[in-house]
Ligand binder design. Structure first.
Ligand code: ZN
Length: 276
C-alpha cells in the first residue's frame, strides 16, 4: 500500500515538474534570420520617349471609349448605368472638344501616321463606341453629326438587328455619314479562347462587314479588352491595320498597332479623364 502511495505521489510530482522541465530543457528555437526582402520597384509607366524608342514611331493623344449614350432614366430602367454616359453630358463633352480646339480625327488619319508618317495635330482625339447599341443612333449620332465629328463603332456583327442593338439599315445610313463600323467579333466573344472559335468569331464578322462594304480600313476592338498573341497574328493575316484594347493609355505606337490603348470615359467633364 505504501508503495502504491509513493508511486501516486511520484506521479503527481512529475506532473508539476514536467512543464518547467520541458521549458528549461528545450533548446531556444533558432530563429533563422529574416531574409532581406528583394525590393521590387513599383513598375512605372514608360515615358513617351522610351515608348517611342521601343515601339515607335508613336503619337500621343486620347482615344475615347464609350458604350451607351442615353438618358439616366433609360439607363436605370435597363440597368445600364455603369456603361452609360448621359446624353446631356455627352453633348457637353463634344462641345468641350470644340471649345478646346481639338481635332476629332478618323481611323484613317491614325493609319496615315503609321503608314506614311503624316502626323496628326497634337490636339487630336479619336472617338470610339463599343458594342453597337441602339442608343448610338438615337442619342450619340445626332450630336456627332451636329459637330461634324467622325467616330468608330465596334460591332459584334451577329448581334445587330436584335432588340437594343443597331439595325443594319441604320448602320448603312450612318456609314455614309462619317461613322466607321468595325469588327468586335461575331458574338462579342473573348478572343482568349480556342483557336477555331477565335478564327470563326473574327472571320465571320470580317466577312459580314466586307459584304456590306464596311470597315475600311480594317479595325478591330477586343471584346472585354482581352487580347492574345494568336488573335493578333490572325488579325494580321486578315490584313487588320489597327486593334484596340481597353488598356488605359494615350501613347499609340506603330509596333503596337494591334494592341492600342484607350481612355474609358464616364459622366462629367472630359477634363476628369485627362483631356485638357
Ligand atoms: Zn464590347
Amino acid at each position: 500500500m505504501k508503495k502504491i502511495i509513493l508511486v501516486i505521489f511520484a506521479f503527481f510530482v512529475s506532473l508539476f515538474k514536467s512543464p518547467a522541465h520541458s521549458v528549461t530543457s528545450s533548446p531556444i528555437p533558432s530563429i533563422s534570420p529574416t531574409p532581406t526582402p528583394t525590393a521590387t520597384p513599383t513598375p512605372r509607366p514608360l515615358t513617351f520617349s522610351e515608348m517611342n524608342t521601343l515601339y515607335g514611331p508613336c503619337v500621343y493623344f486620347p482615344t475615347l471609349m464609350y458604350h451607351h449614350i442615353q438618358t439616366p432614366e433609360a439607363a436605370k430602367e435597363k440597368n445600364q448605368t455603369g456603361l452609360t454616359v448621359k446624353t446631356a453630358d455627352f453633348r457637353v463633352q463634344m462641345q468641350y472638344l470644340k471649345d478646346k480646339s481639338y481635332n476629332v480625327i478618323s481611323m484613317q488619319d491614325l493609319l496615315n501616321f503609321f503608314e506614311q508618317g503624316i502626323k496628326p495635330s497634337s490636339k487630336s482625339v479619336l472617338l470610339t463606341f463599343d458594342d453597337g447599341y441602339g442608343d448610338f443612333y438615337t442619342d450619340a449620332y445626332p450630336i456627332l453629326k451636329e459637330f461634324g465629328y467622325p467616330a468608330t463603332v465596334f460591332i459584334p456583327t451577329g448581334l445587330m438587328n436584335n432588340t437594343d442593338y443597331l439595325t443594319w439599315d441604320k448602320i448603312s445610313e450612318m456609314a455614309g455619314n462619317g461613322i466607321l463600323f468595325s469588327n468586335h467579333t461575331w458574338s462579342h466573344k473573348n478572343v482568349k479562347t480556342k483557336e477555331d472559335v477565335l478564327k470563326m468569331e473574327v472571320s465571320t464578322a470580317d466577312v459580314q462587314l466586307n459584304e456590306k462594304g464596311l470597315n475600311i480600313p480594317k479595325v478591330f476592338a477586343y471584346p472585354y479588352g482581352l487580347e492574345s498573341s494568336s488573335a493578333i497574328s490572325f488579325l494580321q493575316g486578315l490584313d487588320y491595320k489597327l486593334a484596340f484594347t481597353t488598356k488605359s493609355g494615350r501613347t499609340l505606337c506603330k509596333k503596337q498597332m494591334l494592341d492600342l490603348p484607350r481612355i474609358r470615359v464616364g459622366n462629367g467633364s472630359l477634363s476628369i479623364y485627362g483631356v485638357i
